[in-house]
Design a protein around this ligand. Structure first.
Ligand code: ADP
Length: 941
């Protein structure tokens, strides 16, 4: 054919011309034509080996072999929409006629054909020979498929054929004249084109080509193509192929841009020959840099997927593994290669197959689904897996299988199970705790609590959770407490621990005291993340504290008349009973008692008596202890008092006096049954012991008082006797002494020597008796004298004493020195005797040395401390106390004369002044007698 001899783009055009176009006779029905379009019913039509088409977008009407009209799919759609009966309507009635054709001799190349289509806004162009007979058919779609390079042309091709018009030779001629239009089109086409001459020089390039590489036409056209190819071998190889094959499709090459960057391109090239000579090459360049990059990226992505930690697999529409990454295969115990082609069911636990099937169906609807199931490994072991199934699609097909992302969650599941178990364990502990524990957000919303929290106020969790804490039934009984809790939440949210006691009434009506605290919890940055309210029911502790306090108050009540009254009052409070009484048995019959103290209903009760017969108190006396915890009145129906005071329970303890004799009893009565008998018994025993001790103390006090009185009386009598005796004895003694002295004077030397001696003894005895009686009289006088005290200056007293003792001082060559002495409050004659006795003794009990006596005084704690120091014989330690006892002497009267009364008198004098007298001494080292006397001022005060 002429067409084949043309030196134009024949090969491309040849490929796209359908030499066996779909044809029908004009008499055929539209339906027949449609059937032909949908499938090749035209059994007579020879098959085109170059085509592999099942559908046609047109049917050409020929008569017999000349195209007279055309019917396209779009026309069919219009006919259907118009309601045309397709089975009866003849195609000649509805075809587009005449049909525009093109003479095969007018076609230079595919672009020409496309340009014609574009110009006439048609998509189907029958090719006829010079006689107008049908040669073949070119469609826009085929041309575009053949010339992807010219793809942009598709956008300018008509959507629909315009009315057809026959193209004759004249129109063909005019078509050729539109070369300039075509040139413009090619020049401005988006596709990149360049022409290369046989010597390798670029002889033409369109703007798209120049834009792609960034050159001006001067920088590109006229230059050798090798300058722009990165790889010289590429261009040599391309040339070889062109010389050999004349055309090259999709040849990959790298072109260098002006800015130095490389463009990866696909080149479609064909060669022009003239007289067997290679003339030039036309190259269509497609920039695939991005695609290449995308391919590289995809490769990397695939590599990454292969090594992803998560198991990833691709399955086909039949559920067979198509691709599996390392992690997926390893989780099941295979290699990726071994899994390709494997059915999914082999990797799922038989009991979970249905679950996966359901999930798969869901995925088909939703595109993606997540499901948990058990997997089976190659070795048959089972594991828990979490799957995400995602439908795989590509641009051509709605579904090509699915992706499966798998995680082995055996460990996670185990951890979850452990966590749940641990949570259950801690929840159980939490709920079993008797104290109340909760959890609040920092703004006070209650989010969790242990069982005790809900039980206390008898509400469900739901009734509290989510509420502000202060609005829960825990606090709503007291608006004041609600405010307090609200304030506590604010304080705790600021990071401070809050604590207070609160009073509640539990759901069962029990009043309670709670030790409540609100503790803030912090995160690592010190921010308060939650608040922990905690409460302890301290009702019992509080009650015991009350009991203890009342016990303490009761048993520590002052002694004396009010004691028993206080005791019974605190007893009622400690035991929380209405009545408490202490009664004593009335003598002589002991069948009646009288209350010592009684307390009832918050008030002291007057004393009263009652008979013991048929009373619980009689039981107490008989048994030492008696308790009736309930139904008291039924037990003692004859004791009317019980019903009068509505008593229901009783407890009593027998009281004994110090001699062990029953004295009475202590008892309590309550208008309610007793609940804690043991505790009450212990408390009552404490009160009973204290009551018994007080009874004993009071009895001892009475006895002591009595003894004191007896002693005072006998002292008085003794003093009286001593005085009377010493006073009255003086007269007869003086007479005896006078007559004995007379006897001695008159008859001395006239009687025998023995008589003289007897008389001398008698005289001596009488005079000693006189001294003794005088001393005794002195002693008894000190006790008898009135406390006739006044301010007494001790200096003159001391001077008087030294005068009195002048003879003894000079005889013994004694030296007496004295501090200036103070004024004291006392009796001057007694103080004179005190000083005289002490200084006299200091001289009398002298050593070999002449006596040296010092009288000192100093003030100690407001009192005067006097001392009389000597350098005499001293006193053995063991006798230091004895010397102050009357008649006690350490020496014989021949050795040191005396009666042993002096120091006893001194002691009595000092004690009558409110002071003390004692001695410090060592044998041969002298003695110091100390005594204290009250100061003048304080005594007066
Ligand atoms: P009397 O001096 O009459 O014996 P006192 O009652 O004055 O009786 O003294 C009792 C005893 O205390 C004395 O017999 C003496 O043994 C002892 N005594 C008293 N004063 C002194 C003293 N200054 N030095 C040593 N012994 C003393």
């Amino acid at each position: 054919m002429l067409f084949n001899n043309r030196s134009t783009d024949i090969s491309t055009l040849e490929r796209v011309i359908d030499y066996t176009p779909l044809t029908v006779a004009p008499a055929a029905t539209v339906m027949a034509a449609i059937t032909l379009m949908d499938g090749s019913e035209d059994l007579n039509a020879p098959t085109n080996p170059t085509r592999d088409r099942q559908n046609y977008s047109y049917v050409l009407v020929v008569d017999p072999n000349r195209p007279i009209g055309i019917l396209t799919r779009r026309d069919v759609v219009k006919l259907v929409t118009a309601g045309t009966d397709l089975t009866t309507t003849k195609i000649a009635e509805v075809m587009t006629a005449p049909v525009m054709t093109m003479n095969i001799t007018a076609i230079t190349d595919a672009i020409t054909a496309l340009s014609v289509m574009q110009q006439h806004r048609i998509r189907h162009l029958p090719i006829v020979d010079e006689c107008g007979l049908l040669v073949g058919m070119v469609t826009a779609e085929d041309l575009l498929q053949g010339y992807e390079r010219l793809e942009p042309l598709a956008s300018i091709l008509p959507e629909q054929e315009s009315g057809s018009s026959e193209i004759d030779r004249q129109s063909e001629a005019s078509l050729f004249q539109s070369q300039q239009d075509l040139s413009d089109f090619v020049e401005n086409a988006i596709g990149c084109l360049h022409w290369v001459a046989a010597d390798g020089k670029i002889i033409w390039a369109n703007q798209a080509e120049l834009d792609l590489l960034g050159y001006t036409s001067a920088e590109y056209i006229g230059h050798y193509i090798t300058e722009f190819h990165v790889n010289r071998t590429t261009i040599e190889d391309l040339l070889d192929r062109l010389l050999h094959d004349r055309a090259v499709r999709e040849y990959e090459a790298d072109l260098r841009c002006k800015d130095g960057s490389i463009r990866h391109v696909l080149i479609d090239a064909n060669s022009s020959w003239h007289n067997g000579e290679f003339v030039r090459t036309r190259c269509f360049t497609r920039d695939i840099t991005k695609r290449k990059q995308a391919e590289e990226d995809l490769k990397e992505f695939n590599a990454a997927l292969s090594h992803a930690m998560e198991g990833i697999a691709r399955l086909d529409l039949h559920g067979c593994y198509v691709w599996v990454n390392q992690a997926y295969a390893a989780a099941i115990g295979y290699t990726p290669a071994a899994m390709v082609g494997m059915d999914w069911q082999r990797t799922v636990h038989p009991e979970d197959l249905h679950t996966i099937e359901l999930a798969y169906k869901q995925m088909l609807d939703l595109g993606k689904v997540e499901v948990a199931a058990r997997g089976v490994r190659q070795d048959g072991s089972i594991f828990d897996k979490q799957l995400v199934m995602v439908m795989a699609v590509d641009s051509r097909q709605p579904s090509i299988g699915h992706y499966c992302f798998m995680k082995d969650v055996t460990d996670t599941k185990q951890a979850e199970a452990d966590l749940i178990h641990s949570e259950h364990k801690f929840r159980a502990i939490f709920d079993s705790m008797s104290q109340f524990i909760g959890l609040l957000t920092p703004d006070g919303t209650f989010i969790e609590g242990n069982q005790a929290v809900f039980d206390a106020v008898a509400v469900d969790r739901a009734a509290i959770i989510g509420k502000p804490f202060w609005e829960t039934p825990w606090w709503t009984h007291s608006p004041e407490l609600q405010e307090r809790v609200k304030a506590a939440v604010a304080t705790a949210a600021a990071g401070e621990l809050v604590r207070f006691e609160s009073e509640h009434i539990w759901a069962d009506g029990t009043p309670a005291v709670v030790d409540f605290s609100l503790k803030p919890m912090f995160d690592a940055t010190g921010k308060v993340t939650m608040l922990i309210p905690e409460g302890r029911d301290i009702t019992d502790r509080k009650r015991k504290e009350d009991i203890l306090r009342n016990i303490a108050l009761g048993v520590s009540a002052k002694t004396g008349a009010a004691f028993f009254q206080a005791l019974v009052e605190y007893l009622t409070k400690a035991l929380q009973v209405e009545y408490a009484l202490i009664s004593e048995l009335l003598l002589p019959s002991q069948d009646r008692v009288s209350t010592v103290a009684a307390y009832g209903n918050g008030a002291t009760l007057d004393r009263f008596e009652y008979a013991l017969l048929d009373t619980p108190c009689q039981y107490t006396i008989d048994r030492q202890f008696y308790v009736c915890a309930e139904q008291l009145q039924q037990q003692f129906p004859n004791f009317a008092l019980l019903s009068e005071i509505s008593a229901q329970s009783y407890m009593g303890v027998l009281l004994r006096n110090s001699a062990g004799q029953p004295f009475g009893l202590i008892c309590v009565l309550s208008c309610q049954p007793f609940s804690e008998t043991q505790l009450m018994t212990e408390i009552l025993n404490i009160f009973a012991a204290r009551a018994a001790a007080e009874i004993e103390r009071q009895q001892s006090e009475i006895e002591l008082q009595r003894q004191k009185q007896d002693l005072a009386r006998s002292n008085d009598e003794l003093q009286q006797f001593a005085y009377v005796a010493s006073h009255d004895l003086q007269e007869p003694l003086r007479m005896i002494t006078s007559y004995l002295e007379l006897l001695e004077r008159r008859y001395k030397g006239q009687l025998d020597a023995q008589a003289d001696m007897f008389i001398a003894y008698a005289v001596d005895g009488a005079s000693r008796m006189q001294i003794l009686i005088n001393d005794l009289l002195n002693y008894s006088r000190v006790g008898r004298q009135d406390r006739n005290f006044e301010a007494v200056d001790c200096d003159p007293i001391c001077a008087q004493v030294l005068t009195n003792l002048q003879v003894a001082i000079s005889t013994n060559k004694a030296i007496v020195s004295a501090d200036p002495l103070p004024r004291v409050y006392g009796n001057s004659s007694q103080l004179t005797q005190l000083f005289q006795n002490l200084i006299g003794n200091a001289i009398k009990f002298r050593s070999q040395e002449p006596p040296q006596i010092e009288i000192n005084v100093r003030s100690i704690e407001g009192w005067w401390l006097f001392s009389v120091r000597d350098n005499g014989i001293g006193i053995e330690n063991e006798y230091l106390d004895r010397i102050f006892v009357i008649f006690q002497r350490l020496h014989g009267k021949t050795e040191y004369p005396g009666t042993g009364i002096g120091l006893a008198v001194c002691k009595k004098i000092v004690e009558r002044h409110g002071g003390n007298l004692w001695v410090e001494s060592q044998p041969d080292r002298g003695s110091t007698f100390y005594f204290t006397l009250p100061p003048l001022l304080s005594t007066l005060c």
